[in-house]
Write a protein that binds this ligand. Structure first.
Ligand SMILES: C[C@H]1O[C@H](OP(=O)(O)OP(=O)(O)OC[C@H]2O[C@@H](n3cnc4c(=O)[nH]c(N)nc43)[C@H](O)[C@@H]2O)[C@@H](O)[C@@H](O)C1=O
Length: 314
């Protein structure tokens, strides 16, 4: 039975990935932070370590000798990276070096996939692909760029290491600090009379939003390719935050969303890339990957889930 090791196993992607691997009969081990109370998918063997503890990470890779290593852990909020740039580099950039070195020294059969991000492209014109210059415009993007370059450096030395350059991907498991879930939770609560308004930042900001389980499938496929490489993973479709609001409120049964949405400058970003849209043709050709859920269905699924959570709790 193959053995997979997932860092960030309690996050949105880690949860979907663990489910998919367990369903295939893979033995799944996951890294969680010490003292974490987050829910881990049943069937996953849990290991506790701080993601900044490179010795502990290397010891785990040396002991487990995983066939597949999915590196998903890290500080994942672009907004929060402006509050804590040092912590973001320590949690999101440096651990990639520790894991790659561990694979090279102790576990050469391991195939690693690194969850990279569209943020490495900064404000490059749309669409971006694997040839787009890396030019991040946030500490988070810079930390992800470090991880991306480490992966390609170790790949040159023979390590089976790939980056999946992931565009925004959402689901009912998305934490509320991200705008999509913030909106769907609010729309559901407003529809049920539990709150009146939601405060957002830039409604004209646009993103390429896809369905998270699709992105997890891309990572499983990337790790299993005979030759490692980098792949842009996204839908190629841009929508504004306003589009998301309109669709979410409509799905919650509210046609006139405007009285319920307030904007506040504190949620605006110093630089906010407006053109991050994926050209995922390489993933389509090499991984056979394509998104399965379109934008309206994505929004509806998230709203339906948040309405159901409220209705089940009363
Ligand atoms: C690819 C990339 O994708 C994600 O990062 P993100 O795009 O920063 O995600 P977000 O949901 O925080 O912001 C999306 C947009 O929405 C705007 N926006 C407006 N009003 C609010 C608002 O009230 N809250 C937030 N959070 N954003 C707002 C905000 O200015 C931005 O334009 C992560 O998965 C990251 O890990 C990653 O790799």
């Amino acid at each position: 039975m193959p053995l997979a090791f997932i860092t960030g196993v309690t996050g949105q992607d880690g949860t979907y990935l663990a489910r998919a691997l367990l369903a295939e009969g893979v033995e799944v081990h996951g890294l969680v932070r010490p003292g974490s109370v987050a829910i881990v998918e049943p069937g996953v063997t849990v290991h506790e370590a701080d993601i900044r503890d490179s010795g502990a990470l290397q010891g785990l890779v040396a002991d487990l000798k995983p066939d597949e290593l999915y590196h998903l852990a890290g500080q994942s909020s672009v907004g929060a990276s402006w509050e804590d740039p040092v912590g973001t580099v320590e949690q999101t950039g440096a651990p990639v070096a520790a894991l790659l070195q561990a694979v090279e020294r102790h576990s050469r059969q391991t195939r690693l996939v690194n969850a990279s991000s569209a943020e490495i492209f900064g404000v490059a014109p749309a669409p971006q692909n694997e040839s787009t210059p890396i030019a991040p415009v946030s500490p988070y993007g810079a930390a992800k760029a470090l991880g991306y370059f480490l992966v390609s450096s170790f790949r040159e030395r023979g390590v089976h290491a790939s980056s999946a350059i992931l565009y925004n991907h959402e689901s009912p498991l998305r934490p509320e600090r991200f705008v999509t879930r913030k909106i769907t939770v609010a729309a559901a609560r407003i529809a049920r009379g539990l709150q009146e308004t939601v405060t957002l930042g830039n409604l004209d900001a646009s993103r390429d939003w896809g369905w998270a389980p699709d992105y997890v499938d891309a990572m499983r496929s990337a790790v299993r390719q005979p030759t490692p490489g980098d792949h842009v993973i996204g839908t190629g479709e841009l929508h504004t935050v306003r589009d998301f609001v309109v669709a979410a409120f409509a799905a919650a049964g509210i046609d006139d969303w405007q009285p319920h949405v307030v904007t506040d400058d504190t949620f605006f970003r110093p630089v906010d890339p407006a053109t991050q849209a994926a050209d995922a043709s390489r993933a389509r050709d090499r991984l056979g990957w394509a998104p399965t859920i379109a934008f309206p269905e994505l929004v509806e699924r998230m709203v339906r889930s948040d309405l159901a959570r409220i209705d089940e709790s009363v």
